[in-house]
Design a binder for this molecule. Structure first.
Ligand code: C2E
Ligand code: MG
Ligand code: MG
Ligand code: MG
Length: 278
């Protein structure tokens, strides 16, 4: 907030900060306010088993409906949230909201599978994540097998045993862990087999140009299977991509081919309700 009682404050702004900095501070304040207010919402994108069309679950993806700027994509505000530390509050809100939503879906008696939540490396290392999640689960009377955590390869830059300690704790209580955007980051393959995870999530950039990347994708799938990890393809949009990825032995699919991320209401009516009838 800009103080209006002293000219010195304005001087500092005028001399020391450019428009970009001021814009950023404004956005930070907006985001701080938005968390917990009704400006943030979560969309759910279903994941399917390719051969059987069985619903495996969904990924929870946060959206920000800014009062004046309109819809802002997470690609824009997640980095800001990470820079300012707001990511911890934000993701705790996501975890709370997802669990409250799951609780509602529990009553429909449809098997919604597992709902995955993206967790930033900042959050992963700066808070007692496992305890927080356990508390949220028990508050809602949920078992941990309704949740999955998606982390990225940034984890690999951190201390290996510290990383594994948290990963193991998550998996011990029954939460699955997936390595998101796999192939785009700091993949040290020597590190991968030591990490306590359940699944690799092949980055959508490889899927979008499958014909170019067939060798890479097929290697990732073979490696995942060799390490006894599950594997999912994200960003599947076309028949061609679906057929090729299935041919290469990847059975879990997420992408616009099946569905865009949906509001909780649309997820319920378009994805869950039809399962109830059949
Ligand atoms: P992500 O975790 O890799 O999520 C998948 C992104 O790919 C989503 O973008 C989704 O809408 C998009 N996508 C899914 N299928 C397709 C497809 O077939 N084609 C294309 N072109 N895109 C597809 P979205 O929702 O904009 O999210 C972007 C990123 O923001 C996410 O990437 C994730 O890294 C981050 N994010 C979202 N919510 C959270 C959160 O609560 N915490 C953290 N740390 N990151 C989040
Ligand atoms: Mg993800
Ligand atoms: Mg991804
Ligand atoms: Mg990501």
């Amino acid at each position: 907030e800009v103080k209006e009682n002293g000219t010195n404050d304005f001087k500092i702004y005028n001399n020391g900060m450019n428009d970009k900095t001021i814009e950023k501070i404004k956005m930070e304040n907006d985001l701080r306010r938005a968390i917990g207010a009704s400006e943030l919402t979560i969309h759910y994108q279903p994941k399917f088993h390719a051969k059987t069309n069985l619903l495996l679950g969904a990924e929870a993806l946060v959206r920000w409906n800014h009062p004046t700027l309109g819809l802002i994509s997470p690609g824009k505000f997640i980095p800001l949230a990470e820079e300012t530390g707001l990511i911890i509050q934000l993701e705790e809100w996501v975890l709370e909201s997802v669990c409250e939503q799951i609780k509602k879906w529990e009553y429909t008696s449809v098997d919604y599978g597992r709902i995955s939540v993206n967790i930033s490396h900042i959050h992963f290392y700066q808070s007692d994540l496992v305890q927080t999640i356990s508390q949220i689960l028990s508050k809602n009377g949920l078992a941990a097998n309704c949740l999955e955590i998606e982390i990225t390869e940034t984890m690999m830059m951190h201390n290996e045993s510290e990383t594994n300690k948290t990963l193991q704790k998550l998996r011990e209580i029954g939460i699955e862990v997936s390595m998101d955007d796999f192939g785009t980051g700091y993949s040290s393959l020597g590190y991968l087999h030591k990490l306590s995870i359940d699944r690799l999530k092949i980055d959508k950039s490889f899927i979008h140009e499958m014909y170019k990347n067939e060798a890479i994708v097929s290697t990732i799938i073979a490696m995942a299977h060799h390490l006894q990890l599950k594997v999912i393809a994200e960003g599947v949009e076309t028949d061609e991509q679906l057929n090729l990825i299935m041919k290469l032995g990847c059975e879990e699919i997420q992408g616009f081919y099946f569905s865009q991320p949906l509001s909780s209401h649309d997820f319920e009516t378009q994805i869950l309700k039809p399962l109830l009838i059949s």
